[in-house]
Design a protein around this ligand. Structure first.
Ligand SMILES: C[S@@+](CC[C@H](N)C(=O)[O-])C[C@H]1O[C@@H](n2cnc3c(N)ncnc32)[C@H](O)[C@@H]1O
Length: 219
């Protein structure tokens, strides 16, 4: 069994049954990373903060750790969280292949981009999942995630996958004659990803998925 297939065994047996609405899109994220022949660099904002909270938060840091450990010897994960308790919890749950930093994500990304650029390195997956979204007033969160994308832009290639969590679709609709939804506007990516999605559309990035998580390449 190759190490990559060990990851897929773990994903199918342990993660997938618990991931609920994120299962299909996490699957797409890892299938996308599998296409790269080189060791991958994953950058995440918002780290795992509660062990075992698969359906609630997604356990992304645990998944990324498992992926890099079972993929090769050199792939790496960088994650950041502003909450010290969350970073402490994350460090306890993952291996040293995950570099955990306690800081504001935009400040951290600015510094990480300078470091990676100096080393002529780029990012294969940028996973944005920090500032919790208020579903009624989503702009503070979606602005923050757009700032994160801006901060990371210099280390993003055309084939870097940019994924945002917590961005279910939104629409305005009225009931039609048979009670069916007649869309007035949308559906479009909402939540944390609303403004990243608007930016993606404006700059011609290619959507890969849009469900509870959304992902694009071509920024
Ligand atoms: C939804 S949780 C992350 C969940 C995690 N990705 C997972 O799958 O388990 C969001 C995290 O973002 C952090 N956060 C909020 N604002 C932040 C900021 N400005 N910079 C960095 N992290 C932030 C919170 O402390 C929280 O731990």
């Amino acid at each position: 069994m190759t190490r990559a297939s060990e990851f897929w065994t773990f994903f199918d047996r342990e993660a997938a049954p618990q991931l609920a609405r994120r299962e299909p899109t996490f699957r797409q994220i890892f299938q996308y990373l599998d296409q790269f022949n080189h060791p991958v660099t994953i950058v995440e904002t918002g780290c795992v903060r509660l062990a075992g909270n698969w359906a609630g938060d997604g356990q992304s840091t645990v998944l990324f750790d498992k992926y890099v450990c079972l993929r090769d010897e050199a792939s790496v994960v960088y994650t950041v969280d502003i909450d010290e308790a969350a970073t402490k919890q994350a460090r306890a749950l993952v291996s040293d292949r995950v570099k955990v930093t306690c800081a504001d994500s935009v400040t951290f990304l600015t510094e990480l981009v300078a470091k990676l650029s100096n080393e002529a390195k780029t990012v294969d997956l940028l996973y944005l999942d920090s500032f919790d979204v208020d579903w009624t007033h989503l702009y503070p969160s979606s602005i923050h995630h757009l700032k994160e994308l801006c901060a990371a832009m210099r280390v993003i290639r055309k084939d870097t996958l940019v994924a945002v969590d917590d961005c279910p679709l939104e629409a305005s609709f009225v009931p039609g004659p048979q009670g069916q939804a007649e869309f007035v506007q949308g559906p479009f990516v909402g939540g944390k990803g609303r403004l990243v999605a608007e930016f993606a559309a404006a700059c011609g990035a290619q959507p890969h998925f849009a469900a509870y998580q959304a992902g694009w390449t071509g920024f």
